[in-house]
Design a protein around this ligand. Sequence first.
Ligand code: EPZ
Length: 427
Amino acid sequence: MEKLVIRGGKRLEGTIPVSGAKNAALPLMCAPLLTEEPVTLENLPRLADINTLADLLNHMGVAITIAAGQGGRIRGRSLTFSAAEINDTVAPYDFVRKMRASIIVLGPLVARAGEAIVSLPGGCAIGNRPIDLHLKALAALGAEIDLEEGYVRASAPRGLTGGLIRFPFASVGATENALMAATLAKGTTTIENAAREPEIVDLAKCLNAMGAKITGAGHETITIEGVDRLHGCTHTVMPDRIEAGSYAVAALMTGGDVFLEGAVAHDMGAILDKLREAGAIVEEKADGVRVKAGAGGIKGFNIVTQPFPGFPTDMQAQFMALATVADGASIITEAIFENRFMHVPELCRLGADITVTGASATVRGVQKLKSAPVMATDLRASMGLALAGLVASGETTVNRLYHLDRGYERLEEKLRGVGADVDRVPG
Ligand code: EPZ
């Protein structure tokens, strides 16, 4: 298995182009299931998870082609999805086990085809991650839900009917499934306590470009007027705020100065605020965000992860790496997932001083981290380890690079482009 070798101590300086957002691209790739007309998505990141979902859609009958005329002008990849025929409404275990976000085909499939049979995702490294809210939302739109042999069957042979969906807490995936299903439901749907992440706003933008009638995306209450059919469109995937945030932390940790080309400051609010608190100088520009280490070094900070606009759980591990070399102590509380501290023992292998009590970790900054071989456990944890490797003395090896490839496009190339000494090596 490939691994990442990082020789630490280099100050990062220069420009990093931000890729399209994985967590926007995945639900957006499911939207074409709602129409028989072609949908073109531009600025898709080249990531393992994107390929896995493309294989699943292909398996269902979605024709996926490289979009015409994408030479040079558009960053990322442009693909055209055509779901003229859906000849299989089953999402098999072999696809879903590789990437649990495949569950997002459920809503669009039952809305368009009247039936969806999707493997239950099963457990995940960072938590149980049940899908009860997804199922409750579809049931609220009149779908019949059955669970059998590890699969969920949602059926609505006469179509879905608009209704009230009130979530007990904000779920990104359940909001995305409900939003897509409601676009073709008869009548009006109201989603209360909806997730407000920018990726949901991007999805609603694309669906409205397909002829949907959605208002309120990005707010707690979303209203959807169902329509009889949707049409094709071309949509550009938003930039990845988590990828941008990860490189912003790298700039501060290495005492550097990095311009995150294409990053949107508004989507990164809580991340940039916390970076400023930790000592960074942040400039928000029309075409990106510049992050520069301040003269005062890195200061300790406290974090509690929350749904947007709160501090994102997908940045928790990266900020924990930052806290390991801060001046003073930081307290980091993970309030979204019950098992998202897998990076702690690995950071301690690099000489970090961290104690975990329940859902909180107390990180006491140390002068210097020291290199060691470490093990990636999940996507964001592995980015936290790579960031720590950038400042550790000596050569750090991050094993199981495939975790990083799920969510970071051309990682070593982008890091090398701003002066890091990093290589991908065969296992
Ligand atoms: C999305 O996952 C992201 N994934 C995650 O990013 C991210 O961590 C998460 O939102 C929170 O921001 C994608 O967009 C593909 P949730 P999702 O439903 O939709 C509980 C990354 O690193 N819950 O908002 O699965 C759940 O267990 C990934 O890129 C239920 O209890 O997250 C969790 O504790 C990791 N029942 C909380 O809600 C449900 O039916 C939030 O989960 C659904 C969720």
